[in-house]
Design a protein around this ligand. Structure first.
Ligand code: ZN
Ligand code: ZN
Ligand code: FE
Length: 736
């Protein structure tokens, strides 16, 4: 049983929403309350059917109600006796905030499908309840002349709607119609409007690849059932195995290809329209997500997507339009220049995209929705802190999956997903985006916070600025971000496991047990460091990690073992690696659990070389067997957790990879239990990219039943959430 806390904003007052919530809660046998507040509606329900409640809240809401955004948190129950409608709180102060882009609403969809309506089949239909926001605003206040819509002069009919307080489009800034608004057209063939749409749809049916301009950038689209086409898209994009997201026309269509839980259904139909990572049932082209059971699914969110998808009887791959490792393409010229080589046609339109915004990604981990990427539909909504910050902070984030943040008062505004800031073009986009935020919010920081890694581009950039600045350790900021979004005070035990982050001793950390408050941390326990042979190369080639573990265990004789990790290398490579190992040349030490997972994947013959970050971890996650209950031994030596007995156990079981992997995950959870008992701090925070592993997090929660365990529900556990922790650190008490 759990408690669900839902905050809703949008048209949720004066439309019969509270009586509806009351009825639905009763039907689902839930207890709690509903209340109107200045920002919208707040609901708390507890009982067994909270997830059904959440799904039906969207599916059965009163016809006039519009949910523009929601924040959902699963919490421990508090023992409500009944369900009640509570009296409204006083009017609070209205916040000036920039809304995210909102998926097209049902009213607009209905009009778009009505041949009598003047916006019949109009791809840019919107109203006050839906449409683009964040991606079209140039400056505040949010008025039409301050958006990219300023170039379209409203026709008399649109103007009348815009001025009429009783109209659904009263002051809808992006208001438009076929007479006066944006238009679609095809490159290179030049068709416009309906004809452009018709050709796009025909091309998709014929197995062609089409680039389509969306809300925050371009997608590359093609038939997700057609293996030849999807494989061709991979060839053109030079993207070997990283999974593609798939867009479906309806929830019913998703259910033909995936097994969905109630919570997953609620996420798929939520107004944010994220990509949801769910368990596939097969049927899609094998090249959509090679070697993985999970697939990324989402529904159309712009009217243009609806027009395309509703004419197709198959789902489409919808992957961001970019060269690999480069930012998503957003401008027409750029699209023609960069996407022509990937696509047979480009469906353009003349409404500019002011700023890029990639699709958001979410996954259910340990029974709650964990954001993997917090972007379109969510950014730039603030994270509200339980306290006020002492100064204004610019937090630059990490290197991979970068987001940055600006923070003031009790709010942290995280940027949209920027991407991996590891080359010039992404650094440029990062810089531009920071500048964009500072202008948009008229923001000057009192302090700039950066990650301690001397080779992060974002760190170098921060150090070049003229503001006071302070660095923070990577895993400490992971835990602070988990504390902040859960509104925790005092001291916590932070379990921060990830790929790697720079430690205060110059080694690469990533298997950390830290005691933390908002101002400082202590490294209590960590996994025994091992050598990453070849440094960065070991990240891409898990066999190097495995070989390092074997050398540590068996010395030079490891090189003659009959194991996939050894046989992966030639004799000459083995000699070079041995030399690196013994001389410590280009073999940095790491305590990373992410890398341990890689090593295990290699030892079990699952993956020797990876194609994209996190690949082996995702493949291992699929192999977990919930019926396996036992563990391997581990040893504690001082502040070290020694993995040697664990790895020996894995080697003994290597003929049965699923068993070995399951016992490995169970062992990691047992290690958490050991440390938590030893340290004895009641609150435990889980963060870092490894904490996106569903069976691992479930198991840890099980082992830590007697503790209060907190995970992420608002920002990613991966490096996309770092900027929140950094922002809080800079704003709390740090000495400058
Ligand atoms: Zn609408
Ligand atoms: Zn018009
Ligand atoms: Fe990290």
């Amino acid at each position: 049983m759990r408690r669900l806390r839902i905050e809703l904003k949008g048209v949720v007052q004066g439309v019969g929403f509270r009586p509806f919530v009351f009825r639905l809660a009763k039907e689902c046998n839930l207890r709690g309350y509903v209340i109107n507040d200045s920002a919208g509606v707040l609901i708390e329900v507890e009982g067994d059917k909270t997830e059904e409640f959440l799904r039906r809240l969207h599916q059965e809401k009163p016809p006039l109600a519009r949910i523009l955004f929601q924040s959902v948190e699963f919490l421990p129950p508090v023992g409500y006796q009944d369900f009640e409608i509570r009296e409204s709180q006083e009017e609070g102060k209205k916040e000036v905030l920039i809304l995210p882009d909102i998926a097209v609403c049902e009213d607009c969809l209905k009009e778009m499908q009505d041949p009598e309506d003047r916006r019949y089949r109009y791809p840019f239909i919107n109203c006050t309840n839906c449409g683009p926001r964040f991606t079209i605003i140039e400056t505040l206040p949010y008025d039409r002349p301050n958006t990219v819509m300023k170039v379209f002069r409203m026709c008399p009919e649109c103007e009348r709607e815009y001025e009429d307080p009783s109209d659904r489009r009263f002051h809808a800034q992006p208001i438009a119609c076929p007479m006066c608004g944006p238009k679609v057209f095809l490159h290179p063939t030049g068709e416009e409007g309906e004809e452009a749409l018709r050709k796009t749809i025909q091309a998709l049916k014929n197995g062609r690849i089409v680039a389509v301009k969306g809300i925050g950038g371009f997608h590359l689209m093609c038939d997700a059932l057609n293996e030849e086409t999807v494989a061709e898209l991979r060839r053109r994009k030079r993207r070997q195995e990283k999974p593609f997201a798939v867009m479906f026309k309806s929830l019913e269509q998703v259910e033909q290809y995936a097994e969905l839980t109630e919570l997953e259904k609620a996420l798929i139909i939520s107004p944010e329209r994220p990509i949801v990572l769910v368990k596939g049932k097969g049927g899609l082209a094998p090249s959509v997500a090679p070697g993985l059971k999970r697939i990324g699914v989402f529904l159309p969110y712009s009217p243009l997507h609806y027009l395309i998808l509703s004419s197709l009887d198959f789902p489409v791959v919808a992957t961001s339009g970019n060269l690999s490792d480069e930012p998503i393409v957003k401008d027409n010229d750029e699209a023609v220049e960069k996407l022509s080589e990937f696509s047979d046609l480009i469906l353009l339109h003349n409404r500019d995209i002011k700023r890029r915004c990639d699709d958001s990604v979410v996954k259910v981990v340990g029974d709650v929705a964990l954001p993997i990427r917090r972007s379109r539909g969510i950014a730039p909504l603030p994270i509200v802190l339980p306290f006020k910050l002492k100064r204004k902070v610019l937090a630059v984030g990490g290197m991979l999956k970068n987001t940055f943040a600006i923070a003031f008062d009790d709010k942290v505004i995280l940027s949209q997903h920027i991407g991996d800031v590891e080359n010039l073009s992404t650094l440029e986009v990062f810089e531009e985006s920071v500048k964009d935020f500072m202008e948009l919010y008229e923001f000057e920081p009192d302090v700039v916070v950066y990650d301690l890694h001397p080779r992060y581009e974002t760190t170098r950039w921060a150090l070049s600025l003229d503001y006071p600045k302070v660095g923070i350790q990577h895993h400490f900021s992971h835990i602070l971000s988990c504390m902040a979004e859960n509104a925790l005070g005092g001291q916590v035990l932070g379990i921060a496991w990830d790929g790697t982050g720079y430690g205060t001793d110059g080694t690469l950390w990533g298997g950390e047990f830290l005691s933390c408050d908002y101002t400082s941390f202590e490294r209590l326990f960590h996994f025994k460091p091992f050598k990453l042979l070849g440094g960065e190369k070991a990240v891409k080639e898990p066999a190097r990690v495995a070989l390092s573990l074997l050398l540590e265990l068996y010395g030079e004789s490891a090189l003659s073992l009959d194991l996939p990790s050894v046989k992966h290398f030639s004799q000459k490579e083995l000699e070079l690696l041995l030399r690196a190992y013994s001389s410590n040349l280009n073999a940095p030490l790491s305590s990373s659990v992410g890398r341990l997972f890689d090593g295990v994947a290699s030892l079990l013959g699952v993956k020797q070389k990876i194609n994209y970050e996190g690949q082996s971890a995702m493949m291992l996650e699929d192999m977990y067997d919930y019926s396996v209950k036992d563990t391997y031994p581990f040893e504690v030596k001082g502040s070290f957790i020694d993995w040697a007995p664990t790895v020996e156990g894995i080697l003994r079981d290597r003929e049965n990879p699923s068993l070995a992997l399951s016992r490995f995950i169970n062992t990691l959870a047992k290690v958490c239990r050991y440390v938590a008992k030893e340290v004895d701090i009641p609150k435990v925070c889980l963060s870092g990219g490894v904490m996106q592993n569903d069976p691992l997090v479930c198991k840890i929660k099980e082992e830590l039943k007697s503790f209060e365990v907190y995970t992420h529900q608002k920002v990613p556990a991966n490096d996309g959430g770092l900027s929140l922790g950094q922002a809080v650190y800079g704003g709390v008490d740090v000495k400058l």
